[in-house]
Design a protein around this ligand. Structure first.
Ligand SMILES: NC(=O)c1ccc[n+]([C@@H]2O[C@H](COP(=O)([O-])OP(=O)(O)OC[C@H]3O[C@@H](n4cnc5c(N)ncnc54)[C@H](OP(=O)(O)O)[C@@H]3O)[C@@H](O)[C@H]2O)c1
Length: 598
């Protein structure tokens, strides 16, 4: 897209456009009351016990332990622990003074994610008094208009945030114009003198990817890219997508590295800021019981699902340039897979973790374009029904070409060729307008070598499956067989659940952007993507892009509200497996289904 893509008119209108959105309401924290004992406390305890007993008596035994809505799940939390506050809010360390420059200050991401996250960091006392923002974009705003925009985007901002916003500055300018950067240099010097930003800079590229290299080069040219002489820092946070394919990613890397050292570059993938993604590390490396079974001997297959029920909303134009492979698989899916399947790092040092992720990505088999066709299914949604409401097909969405060849659905069969995972199929699927919003990684374990129970009594028994639920309903489930209460010996699958919401009630988990912005300010690159990770992820997905760019590169169709094209089922069935159906699987766990779906 060229700088002239947007009309001045549109930008002027934007200046007046309402952008503020209420941040999600924090869950109400429970107040624990300390009891000094005595009659009142005993009476209260007895009342609680009586209420529990009455509730247990009215519920079927399997559900008596349930703590959450998920059917068939049993709590992982002892009843003793339930009443207690089991966690403290995670504490983020205080960030150093810094001038944050947002390129794309008038854009959607800045208003919806970056500013609200900064406001929360300020109100939690994480931002230093020497923090300020300089916004840079083309929309013709004065400093006051930018501040009004900030206020609109952060309606929940408290006094600490408001104390900072009055000093925020805005530069109206094109990124290909030297004046923009000359002004920026002056503003940064002024921020050091007046706001106490101490020479530290955090540049956030929240703008269109085609100008990433341009901005990095201009910063260097104006003396803004180097770390200062007295330990001050200059870091560059880069939004996704980093390139459109391997060649463009390599080219962009060269442009960035001509101005910034890799240690200054923070490529952001907001999935990495999610607690559940980070918890993969905790699950695997803080527990002894998983490591022995985390390999080809016990794991039969791995499925990664990133499903959305939404369509492209107002972002049809953007989506047309991306598609599911670039938008989800090259970044989010590769990151989640790497964390789930990599070897143990030797420490939590950013580079040790990233080294292991790269090794795992290097072990993922890269198909030829012909093989890629055979190992993938891509599709586009047609008109259908979501939540009982009719919705239009992708090609009828705003800003989408009527003959668009952009995939809104994708299923892949990957192989990891190393000693741990050789022979274990890794199935990946992602799509828009699917029946549910769910992101999960499911490891299905091998069946027992000999099943004692006959088909009639164990027809609802499924292989053990460990599900890492990334969103929504964040947590972990383990599905295993249990005897159904009653005289007959009947076994079926139930699910044992760990829920973040339940286990850490009262804690204030930082949202992805909050955590990542903080980490960039303090210089912790662990959750950011290193150059070699990005390149390897592109190497893996490039053959699919090449295969599909050929004339006739197969595009299949699926009605909105279904789980994708039928061919995607066949992709999995060829290995004798089937896709998990997150909705039906829950019902099986809850015992509402008496027959397994065929
Ligand atoms: N939005 C999201 O939810 C989301 C999620 C993940 C990643 N991202 C990534 O974040 C980045 C920004 O996305 P967005 O949705 O915020 O885009 P957007 O709404 O289109 O905003 C783009 C911003 O860049 C500015 N800009 C573009 N070209 C410019 C130029 N030549 N000179 C000066 N300013 C220029 C625009 O300024 P004017 O409008 O004032 O001209 C605007 O502030 C993209 O890389 C995107 O892939 C976005």
């Amino acid at each position: 897209m060229s700088p002239s893509d947007k009309s001045k008119d549109a930008r002027a209108k934007k200046g007046k456009k309402a952008t503020g959105r209420s941040a999600a309401k924090a869950a109400a924290a429970k107040k624990s009351t300390k009891s000094a004992g005595g009659a009142a406390a005993r009476a209260a305890k007895e009342a609680v016990a009586a209420a529990k007993a009455a509730k247990a008596a009215t519920e079927p035994p399997l559900r008596g332990n349930r703590v959450r809505k998920r059917p068939g799940s049993v709590s992982t939390t002892s009843s003793k622990a339930k009443g207690k506050k089991r966690s403290l809010p995670p504490v983020l360390s205080k960030a150093p003074p810094v001038a944050m420059v947002i390129f794309g200050a008038s854009g959607d991401l800045t208003a919806r994610k970056i500013l609200p996250a900064l406001a929360r960091l300020a109100d939690r006392g994480v931002l230093d008094d020497g923090f300020t923002i300089i916004g840079v974009a083309r929309t013709p705003w004065s400093d006051d208009e930018f501040r009004a925009h900030v206020a609109e985007a952060t309606p929940e901002g408290g006094p600490k945030w408001k104390a900072l916003t009055g000093r925020f500055k805005y530069i109206t300018g094109e990124y290909d114009h030297p004046d923009t950067f000359a002004q920026l240099k002056d503003q940064l010097d002024e921020a050091d003198r007046i706001d106490g930003t101490d020479g530290n800079r955090l540049y956030y590229l929240a703008t269109i990817p085609s100008v990433f290299g341009l901005v990095a080069g201009a910063l260097a040219k104006h003396g803004c890219a180097g770390p200062g002489s007295q330990g001050t820092f200059a870091r560059l946070v880069i939004e996704k997508p980093f390139g459109r394919d391997l060649d463009s990613a390599l080219e962009l890397d060269d442009q960035i590295h001509a101005s910034f050292d890799e240690s200054q570059v923070y490529r952001i993938d907001h999935y990495m800021g999610k607690e559940t993604v980070q918890n993969v590390l905790a699950l695997r490396f803080a527990n002894a019981i998983f490591e022995p079974i985390w390999n080809r001997r016990y794991v039969e297959q791995v499925q990664v699902t990133v499903a959305e029920s939404l369509g492209v909303e107002h972002r049809g134009g953007f989506y047309e340039t991306a598609g599911a492979l670039r938008d989800i698989v090259q970044n989010h899916v590769m990151q989640v897979l790497a964390l789930t399947l990599m070897e143990s790092p030797t420490s939590t040092d950013a580079d040790r973790i990233r080294d292991e992720k790269v090794k795992l990505l290097q072990a993922i088999d890269i198909p030829t374009p012909d093989e890629a066709v055979d190992k993938s299914v891509r599709g586009q949604y047609t008109a259908g029904v979501i939540d009982g409401e009719p919705v239009v097909g992708y090609r009828d969405e705003e800003d989408v070409a009527p003959d668009s060849q952009t995939e809104t659905y994708l299923a892949l069969r990957l192989r990891v060729e190393n000693w741990r995972w050789a022979g274990v199929p890794i199935f990946v699927r992602t799509g828009k307008r699917l029946p549910a919003r769910v992101t999960e990684v499911a490891l299905t374990f091998r069946q027992v070598p000999f099943l004692l129970f006959d088909h009639k009594t164990s027809r609802d028994l499924r292989p053990n499956t460990l599900i890492l639920r990334i969103q929504p309903d964040e947590g972990i489930s383990l599905e295993f067989g249990a005897k159904v209460p009653g005289e007959k010996f009947h076994v079926r699958s139930v699910a044992m659940d760990f829920s973040y919401e339940e286990a850490f009630a009262g804690s204030e988990a930082a949202d992805g952007y909050e955590r990542l912005l903080h980490d960039a300010m303090v210089g912790d690159a662990t959750l950011f993507i290193r150059s070699d990770e990005v390149r390897q992820a592109w190497r893996i997905v490039d053959p699919y892009l090449q295969a599909w760019s050929e004339p006739g590169g197969a595009m299949l169709f699926y009605p909105a509200g279904t789980w994708g094209p039928h061919m995607a089922d066949l992709l999995v069935e060829r290995s004798g497996d089937e896709w998990r159906n997150p909705e039906i699987d829950l019902e099986i766990a809850g015992g509402r289904l008496t027959e397994l779906p065929q």
